[in-house]
Ligand binder design. Structure first.
Ligand code: PAF
Length: 282
């Protein structure tokens, strides 16, 4: 199957999108860091349903990693990623270099408050400034009509929505359901770091969160249920739990009984950090 067209520079990306626009075609975008899996493909499918052309960016964004994190180790596999884009029917891959995105003396930073407070930010304080900065750049470079983000990174989805709302960026943000394996494990590029024993433990995360979310919805006591869930995660073999937290689903403020909510968690297996979230039924 032929690979999609590839743009490595912003100028090339803009020229290609401009040509589509001249033909009156709509454009959807899926921002990724590559190491594409079925979860990403599901985002592409949605993008292809929403618009006539689909751009997927593949860029491991250094500004969202702390110096201690896995930037160097993060899986990079452009050839097989391009195969996946071809199979999905994506029209254009944007694969800029770090210097194309962040030329020498780059000095801008986009910082979003609101839903970025707490959760990931308590443990990865640099993360959402990095995400907001690169997503803003990708949107200004591509100018898509819509962009698809996975609910797996639920806080990121809320931050990107806030970013577009607050900065009047005219991109419709579409949230896509998390794709899971047969055991409920959310697809993630970082699952590749896990061995069989790790995978067996990781596969229990979603069940524990779902049970806790059901209990929270039933009797409204988020504090005791999140403590219980944290304990269950540790007992089942996770090496660390950064947070298990019940939040209001749009603003990510503390969840109030009777409101629609989200139960979010970040856990560790050895050096691998996994996140997941489930709905707290209203
Ligand atoms: O979710 C991701 O893969 C990244 O955070 C994103 C949105 C592509 C920004 O680098």
């Amino acid at each position: 199957m032929p690979h999609p067209e590839v743009a490595e520079t912003v100028a090339d990306l803009r020229a290609k999108v401009r040509a589509w626009r001249r033909e009156g075609l709509s454009v959807a975008m899926v921002p990724t860091m590559g190491a594409l899996h079925d979860g990403h493909v599901s985002l592409m499918k949605i993008a292809l349903e929403k618009a006539e052309r689909c751009v997927v960016s593949i860029f491991v964004n250094p500004t969202q990693f702390a110096p201690t994190e896995d930037l160097d180790k993060y899986p990079r596999q452009l050839a097989s990623d391009l195969d996946r884009l071809a199979e999905a029917g994506v029209h254009l891959a944007f694969t800029p270099s770090a210097s194309e995105m962040y030329p020498q003396d780059f000095a801008a930073k986009v910082s979003i408050g609101g839903p970025s407070a707490g959760l990931e930010t308590d443990f990865r304080p640099q993360f959402f400034d990095g995400v907001a900065t690169v997503v803003t750049k990708l949107f200004l470079q591509t100018a898509p009509d819509c962009a698809v983000f996975g609910e797996k990174d639920y806080q990121q989805l809320c931050v990107v929505r806030q970013l577009c709302r607050d900065l009047d960026i005219p991109v419709d943000i579409i949230g896509a359901p998390t794709v899971r394996d047969a055991h409920g494990l959310a697809m993630s590029s970082r699952n590749a770091y896990l061995d069989e024993a790790g995978l067996a433990v990781a596969r229990k995360l979603n069940r524990i969160l779902r049970d806790a979310a059901t209990a929270i919805a039933r009797h409204g006591d988020a504090d005791s249920e999140t403590v219980k869930a944290r304990r269950a995660l540790q007992q089942i073999g996770f090496d660390g739990v950064d947070y298990v937290a019940a939040r209001e689903s749009q603003t990510l403020r503390e969840w109030q009984a009777g409101r629609s909510g989200r139960l979010l968690a970040a856990v560790w297996l050895g050096k691998t950090r996994l996140i997941d979230n489930v709905e707290i039924p209203a």
